[in-house]
Ligand binder design. Structure first.
Ligand code: PMV
Length: 321
């Protein structure tokens, strides 16, 4: 039976994607820019021609909406597909604001397309992965990646574009896992509530392109203070749209705030460290490799665990022998 296995790394947005101009196509309201991580990864095998559709995530068979989301995605790859078996494992907590959907749908797009014998052009795969999860469009490349808005109604020009490879700049992301609980409000619902009800959403959209321009320039110049500052600003603007939605959404847990204060304290002491957060309570801190241990030590009292990650590479794929 034709089968392929792909491994993809999650990415963390340095300038955030938040808001959809088209929900079924996952077309963004704003451009974004991310860093693909090393060490954290999702590995997915797609086998075509199984007895029935079967989805196994981290060793457990899944049914219902989670399974439907995967199966509808396989239908995008091949509307006439035979029943498929999808087996996927991630070595980090899923659905807890660690960008697991980015590596999951990048790996699924690659494994599913390879098993179907399609061409594996990364731009085409990025457009496809975007349909599963917007942030997945950026996990088709390693290092620093921009996701352009695009203009085409069918979304064919809204995809990732590599900005700089992982070896361009050895920055680190120190990830403080504050809680491993699954998030209460999914990102699509959070984005829609922000868009429909926050009085700050229009300002968020109006300022995003300038943030991407500033972040891209900072990455190319390896200017950490400039990148950290724009990353924090993008983060807090995104969360301001959530806090001012009706009803409001707070992804932060008490430990999140403790981590933020620890980082602000380090900065006051002269350490170059800047924080970001996604649709969950975890805090991710951008800093120089030389400061990573000190940053991790400041976060540890407030976290379940702390991981130090660097820039990761592009996804890989293997066909079954
Ligand atoms: O890829 P989605 O639909 O789960 O959205 C992710 C949104 C954020 O992680 C909060 C920001 C981003 O750009 O990754």
């Amino acid at each position: 039976m034709p089968s392929a296995t792909a491994t993809a790394h999650p990415n963390i947005a340095l300038v955030k994607y938040w808001g959809k101009r088209d929900i079924p196509l996952n077309l963004p309201s704003v451009p974004s820019l991310s860093l693909t991580l090393d060490r954290f990864a999702t590995t997915t095998t797609v086998t075509r021609g199984a007895a029935e559709d079967e989805i196994v995530l981290d060793g457990a068979r899944v049914e219902g909406r989670a399974a439907e989301r995967v199966l509808r995605f396989l239908d995008l790859i091949d509307p006439d597909r035979p029943p498929c078996r999808v087996q996927s494992t991630s070595n980090f907590p899923v659905a807890a604001g660690l960008a697991s959907s980015s590596s999951a749908f990048a790996a699924l797009a690659l494994a599913g397309s390879a098993a179907a014998g399609h061409d594996l052009n990364p731009i085409r795969l990025s457009v496809l992965a975007r349909r599963g999860s917007g942030s997945a469009s950026r996990s088709l490349w390693g290092g620093f990646v921009e996701w352009r808005l695009g203009e085409a109604a069918d979304g064919s020009d809204s995809h990732g574009v590599p900005v700089a490879p992982p070896e361009h700049w050895d920055v680190t992301m120190v990830v403080a896992v504050v809680s491993e609980a699954k998030k209460a409000v999914g990102s699509t619902e959070g984005m829609e509530r922000s868009r429909r009800t926050s009085p700050y959403f229009d300002t968020w959209v109006a300022t995003a392109a300038a943030d991407v321009d500033a972040a891209r320039a900072a990455v190319l110049a390896r200017d950490l203070p400039r990148l950290g500052e724009v990353m924090e600003s993008s983060t807090f603007k995104m969360h301001a749209t959530l806090h001012t939605a009706r009803p409001p959404i707070f992804y932060q847990a008490p430990g999140t705030l403790a981590c933020l204060h620890a980082i602000f304290g380090l900065r006051a002491a002269g350490v170059g460290a800047w924080a970001t957060m996604d649709a969950g309570p975890q805090v991710k801190v951008l800093c120089a490799r030389a400061d990573a241990e000190r940053v991790a030590a400041a976060l540890r009292p407030h976290a379940v665990r702390v991981e130090i990650l660097g820039p990761g590479g592009a996804p890989t794929v293997e066909h079954a022998p």
